[in-house]
Design a protein around this ligand. Structure first.
Ligand SMILES: [Zn+2]
Length: 314
């Protein structure tokens, strides 16, 4: 086998075993690693029928599904720096409703704390929900910290709270430690994107107070949609160097010093017509057929997992 040194060779991101995978589980059937970076970059964003991604393999030791080869840190910073926001054309009000439900779930385990950290806040809708939920009961949130590599949304994020003047960083390593320890961390569709998720959580731990809460939303690689769509399941994409299921997410959090409080399928609010258009695209059918679907918005437990965990005292 020839190795193309353009791309990173990875051990299992959960247990760090090397070469203990059970062969390729999901593949686009083309020699992806022989393609140039510029060629792959054109597949970075959006839905399409014939998508391209790095092969996914499953670790024999811990069962994590991951890509053994992936983009390097330098390539990723180039890809992430300027992207359209992640809403993919979905109505803002519909997105906000989904985010509100996530935040309500987080705060069902513990009262709000003083320092809110969010990784990849995108348009800041979760942080807004956290603030307004808090306001109703005299918000104790005194500090908002955002880590957002996408510079296109920085201006929007500053508007989340004029009173608190959010701190925005492009990278978690830039967040200064200090006396004001993080009391809650929100990572919605972030963990699937990180090349080294364990060391990333290590950095969050070092910034956090004991008992700090962590909210995570990820795609579920064991969901019904994946069984129906196979390799056309949209989360199989260049953007995801690993994907979790309930079991691997629980063990990942446990290994990284967190006590799992609950992991469940999350409810997302979907406009039916938008959902139909995405599915028609990945199935290679005419997107315009989506006009025959109603414009209703419905809550669906479709393809995502939500987890709340507490930092252990050790
Ligand atoms: Zn493993």
């Amino acid at each position: 086998m020839t190795i193309n040194h353009t791309y990173l060779q990875r051990p299992c991101p959960q247990c760090f075993a090397e070469g203990l995978s059970s062969g390729i589980e999901v593949s686009t059937g083309t020699a992806v690693t022989e393609r140039s970076f510029d060629d792959l970059a054109s597949y970075w964003w959006g839905f399409r029928n014939k998508n391209i991604f790095f092969d996914y393999t499953r670790c024999k030791k811990c069962e994590q599904l991951y890509c053994r080869e992936y983009f390097t840190a330098g390539q990723l910073s180039h890809l992430y720096e300027f992207m359209p926001d992640n809403s993919a054309g979905v109505d803002q009000g519909v997105l906000a409703k989904t985010q509100e439900k996530y935040i309500e779930f987080l705060y069902s385990f513990s009262p709000r704390g003083a320092v809110y950290l969010e990784i990849g806040p995108d348009l800041g809708q979760s942080a807004s929900a956290a603030l307004s939920l808090g306001m109703k009961k005299d918000s104790p949130i005194q500090k908002l910290i955002f880590v957002e590599p996408n510079k296109n949304v920085h201006e929007n994020l500053l508007r989340v709270s004029q009173q608190l003047a959010p701190e925005i960083y492009g990278d978690i390593q830039q967040v200064p430690g200090g006396d004001a320890k993080v009391t809650e961390t929100v990572m919605i569709h972030v963990l699937d994107h990180l090349v080294d998720p364990s060391s990333y959580l290590g950095t969050i731990r070092s910034l956090s107070s004991i008992d700090s809460l962590l909210l995570i939303v990820v795609h579920d690689e064991h969901c019904l949609l994946r069984r129906l769509l196979g390799r056309r399941f949209p989360p199989f994409t260049l953007q995801h160097p690993q994907l979790f299921n309930k079991k691997t997410l629980e063990s990942f959090l446990g290994l990284n010093g967190y006590e799992v409080l609950e992991v469940k399928k999350s409810t997302n609010y979907f406009p039916i017509r938008h959902l139909a258009s995405t599915l028609l695209t990945v199935l290679g059918l005419k997107k315009s057929l989506a006009r025959f679907f109603p414009e209703w918005t419905v809550p669906l437990r479709l393809g995502n997992l939500i987890a709340v965990a507490r930092l252990k005292n050790n």
